[in-house]
Design a protein around this ligand. Structure first.
Ligand SMILES: Nc1ncnc2c1ncn2[C@@H]1O[C@H](COP(=O)(O)OP(=O)(O)O)[C@@H](O)[C@H]1O
Ligand SMILES: O=C(O)[C@H](O)COP(=O)(O)O
Length: 364
């Protein structure tokens, strides 16, 4: 059999590359003769630059930028021809905030990264969104690129309270000859019931009672910049960073589609008998622009079965079928929570070995 292994990262425990390797290791223990094609994936969130670099090559350029809490953080962007790929999580990721201080956390560093990419001569800058610890509507990015306002744009959402005027002229001029692409992992609008704050604020440490307050501040930002942009798909990605990029003229696309195209996923799925994908938590949010859903769609189009290996599975059988997934296996259910976190690679390999018994029966 030929198996295509195309997982996302397991946030907090395994990178996509490590997850793919663990699946292959476990699979081979049961089915050593199977051919395994590794295609670690990303939806624009953490791992975006590494996964693309491994797949398409190019030059990694190292820079130091302002992190979400004002600390200096190292980051790399990828230059491939005249295209630059920037991973926003490197400058404003949840792993950098530890799920604290979301109200003050800024995306200023992402703007610095975009500025560096432009300065390097890129004619297209693709910004991967997702896995952020920020909720500033991308105001920090706007500030780093030269935007002016009647409130500080670089102090997180809390600094924006009362904002009525944002001038994007300088930022737009800086990007005048550049095609900007927002590669988002979710399709949420900036504000409201399905907006960035209500849906993703809690995972960034925003307290329940603060959610409507912050949402209202982002409404003020939307009114000062452009209300219509705030309603666009993906405006609420990465704490509203999508909104700022769209306001600067970015075109939006799903990050998973972009990465799938870059790694040639469709062709590789057609060459496989089974597609294996996965992520930390396979839940309903996996539906929009998430890796397992995107990979399952590609598998479906290639008429190949697709299975999910995830840390946790919170999708019912019917939902799963609707997502185009045959079966989903949970590390926590198979090896227990303690081992899943203490030895994630070993746990994933063990689950993969068991899944191989079902999907790749060996001659006895
Ligand atoms: N090894 C693991 N075992 C069990 N659960 C895990 C493991 N690694 C990550 N997770 C779960 O996955 C969650 C992250 O989900 P994930 O799908 O990776 O990221 P995101 O939703 O940000 O795209 C973590 O909060 C954790 O609950
Ligand atoms: O807010 C973000 O960074 C994402 O767009 C949604 O978060 P997730 O990467 O954890 O899904």
């Amino acid at each position: 059999m030929r198996i295509l292994v195309a997982p996302d990262k397991f946030a907090g425990t395994l990178s996509a590359v490590e997850a793919a390797r663990a699946v292959a290791l476990g699979w081979r223990r049961h089915a050593p003769a199977d051919e395994i094609d590794l295609a670690p994936m990303s939806d624009g969130g953490p791992g975006f630059v590494d996964v693309l670099h491994a797949a398409i090559g190019g030059d990694l350029l190292a820079v130091t930028v302002r992190g979400p809490a004002g600390q200096q953080v190292p980051a790399t962007f990828l230059r491939h021809g005249r295209v630059a790929y920037v991973e926003s999580a490197q400058a404003c990721g949840l792993h950098l905030t530890g799920g604290e201080g979301a109200e003050e956390a800024t995306t200023y560093g992402v703007g610095q990264l975009v500025g560096e990419a432009v300065a390097s001569g890129a004619s297209t800058v693709v910004v991967g969104l997702g896995g952020s610890g920020t909720n500033d509507g991308g105001a920090g990015l706007l500030a780093a690129l030269g935007a002016q306002a009647d409130r500080p744009l670089d102090r997180g959402v809390s600094g924006l309270d009362g904002v009525t005027r944002v001038d994007l002229e300088a930022a737009r001029a800086r990007l005048a000859d550049v095609r900007l692409v927002a590669a988002s992992d979710v399709e949420n609008p900036l504000t409201g019931l399905f907006g960035a704050t209500k849906v993703f604020g809690p995972q960034k440490g925003v307290a329940e009672e603060r959610l409507p307050v912050l949402d209202a501040v982002l409404e003020q930002l939307a009114a000062a910049v452009d209300r219509r942009t705030a309603l666009e798909k993906g405006a609420g990605a990465a704490g509203g960073l999508g909104f700022a990029l769209l306001a600067l003229g970015a075109v939006r696309g799903p990050g998973i589609g972009l990465v799938a195209g870059a790694v040639g996923l469709a062709e590789r799925a057609r060459a496989a008998d089974l597609v294996v994908t996965g992520e930390g938590a396979f839940d309903y949010s996996s539906r929009a622009g998430k890796v397992p859903y995107g990979v399952a769609q590609v598998a479906c189009e290639a008429v190949r079965p697709c299975v999910v290996l995830a840390g946790r599975v919170a999708v019912g059988a019917r939902e799963m079928r609707a997502l185009g997934v045959e079966s989903a296996y949970s590390l926590v259910d198979v090896v227990g929570e303690e081992r899943s976190f203490a030895d994630p690679a070993g746990a994933l390999a063990e689950v993969a070995e068991r899944v191989a018994r079902t999907w790749s029966p060996q001659p006895s």
